[in-house]
Each structure stands twice: as C-alpha cells, then as structure tokens.
Design a binder for this molecule. Sequence first.
Ligand code: SF4
Length: 397
Amino acid sequence: MENISIYIHIPFCKQRCGYCDFNTYAGLESVIPAYVQALCQEVDYIARSAAEGIPVHTIFFGGGTPSILTLEEIEKITTTIQGGYLILPDVEITLEANPGTLTKEYLFGLKDLGINRISIGMQSALEHELGFLGRTHTFDDVTQSVDWARQAGFDNLNLDLIYGLPNQTMDDWRLSVKAGLGLRPEHFSLYALTLEEETPMARRIKLGALEEPDADLAADMYEMAGIELERQGYESYEISNWATKAKWGKSYACRHNLQYWYGKPYLGLGAGAHGYANHTRTANVLMPLDYIEKMKKANEIDRLVFPISPAASECTNLSPLEEMGEYMMMGLRLTKEGVTDEVYRKRFGMTLEGCYGFQIQRLISLGLLEWVDKPNRRLRLTVKGRLLGNQVFREFI
Ligand code: SF4
C-alpha cells in the first residue's frame, strides 16, 4: 500500500477568534475525554478495515487547538496509532499549538511522545492586532514558546502569520514579519485573512463598523513578505508556505501538507475531518457530540469498507475527471514544482496538454501559468498567477 498521512482534528479552543470559521468550539472542554476515546476508536476502526497494514509517514494534529489536550490524551492517540498502523521510521508528526497554551514541561513532554514538528499560531507580533483578532496570547508568549521548544530539542518549527487585516498598514505587517524572522523558525505559513460569512468580523464589516481590508494592499503585503523571506534564506515552495533550505539532506517543507498537494492519500479522523484514499473522498460529521455518538454506535452497524468511517457524513467516489481536476488544483499550488507532465501522464495516462490544452493556453496567454523545462517539463503558476490562484484553479474543476 502507498504511504499514507493521518490528519487528526481537535475541534476545541479556549475562545473563538473573531475571524475564524474552522470547525472548532469554545466551552466544550468537558467532552474532550469522551472525544479522545472516540478518536481512538476511529483510528482503530479504520486500521482494521484495511486489507493490509497501512504505512504512515506523516501525522498531523490540527484544529482547533490540539495543544489544549493533555499529554496523556495525546499519548493515548499516538499509542493507538502505533498499535494499528505501520509507522515509518522517518515519520513527521506535527502538532499545531496556540502559544497561550504552551508550557516548558508540555513541550518537553510532546518531544518525549515523538512529536517532532510544532506549528505555532503566532499570527502577529503586535499586541493590538492580536487583541483585535481575539487571540489569547501575546508576542512574548510566542518568543517564550519558541525558546522552550528549542530547549526541548525541536528542530522543525513553523510560525503561522496572518495579513490583510482591516486597518493593518504595510509597516505593521513588516514589523510582524521581521519579528517572526527574528525567531528563526524552519518554516513559515503566511495566510491572507479571508472574510468568511457568519464570522463576527465579517458581520462587523457588513454593518460598516469595521473597514473592509484592502485587497491590493494585501497583495503588496504578500509580495513584500515573500521578498523578505527569500532574502533571509527561505524558499517559497507553496503559495502560502516557505521553508529554510534543506540541511544535510533534510527538507523542512511540511511533508504532511505536501501529501495533499501531491494528490496522495490521507485519512481525516475526528469531527469534521476530510480524507481521501482509494478514489474516495470522505468527510466526518461536524459536531463533536454527534461524532462521539456515531463512534459509540460503530459496532451496531455493518462493517464499512476502507477508508469509510462510522463517523462519516459524506462519502464520494471521485470520477477520473474529478480526480484530474483536484490534482491540478492542488499541484499548481506548489510554486516551484508545479505539476510535472511525466508524473501526470503516469498517473492519468494522458499528457497535461492532452487533458487541458485549451485551459493551459488561455492561462498562459493571461500570464498566469508558465511551462518550465528543467529538470523536468512542468506547468506552474507565474508570480502573477500566485496572487490569482483561485481564478486559475477554477479552470480545471
Ligand atoms: S485559535 Fe485558531 S482554530 Fe481556535 S478559534 Fe482561533 S483561529 Fe480558530
């Protein structure tokens, strides 16, 4: 079986940030023990439904706030995974952490449990922006967390930053980028604020209580940050992601996320998690209590085939055309690599031009895509195309 990735969703946060539309809940901490129990059941169920051992090369605890779990709860989950899957020796195990929840002991404990990559939600270095976003941490918490993580032995850290906020100036953003760079993480994820309907922030903007972010300024911020990061030795490898250059053969690009961008299989476990394996896309029920209930009743229903979970609310068999479209949409996010013609042909039995000749020509003429010939012939976004990614991806779906 092909190497697989496991995504574990932890849908709990101390409080809800004003811009967030993720599947996460504040004030539900009392159900965490039952949720962890249900997660372990799901981990085990999927392992048993596979015809052979599942080789796992990345595990990602995402959220929500995975660092809200106790070390014992994380250990329970990792031990269950180890018991049912073939964990590869070089497995990458990432845990997303909110700096306000981290302590030195906790980080040392995570390292002992085999977690080897921490993704820290820094977001901004400016206290007024953190307050505006509804974050519960300060920039000092971020600095302290990075310091403790280094002491604990973590050599693979990511910082998440957000830009394009209402009233944010270029100078504000520059200060955050510089402060992040000062912490020398191996990886940066920079996200533009997306205003999702029904979030408190989107409602305030709609009511005129808050200024709408300036999309042109956000594009300039993206460009400025990219230049600054490259100048400091980071390489852009995906639209929103930069990593330090590989050292001693080790790359710091996030291998878990690369699995998505390469169109390779992953299991999505936990409430609201999405998965993709065996030409099947799955999505679990959103609410933690529904998820717990579904897993409690797992033994009362007929055994489901891999990769379908008793907690699934959606399960779609993808047609070859849909898989091709998704492959393009994900692969084109890779800014350096793009989609390699030969790899595409091996997977789908046709060349890129054979499938999408018209769309490719059109997007090249708009200056959004380009062919690169060395070392392999591949199609990728231009610098302009990176800013208009959604317009490009739409053409393939
Ligand atoms: S900490 Fe992250 S997941 Fe939780 S509410 Fe804030 S933005 Fe959303």
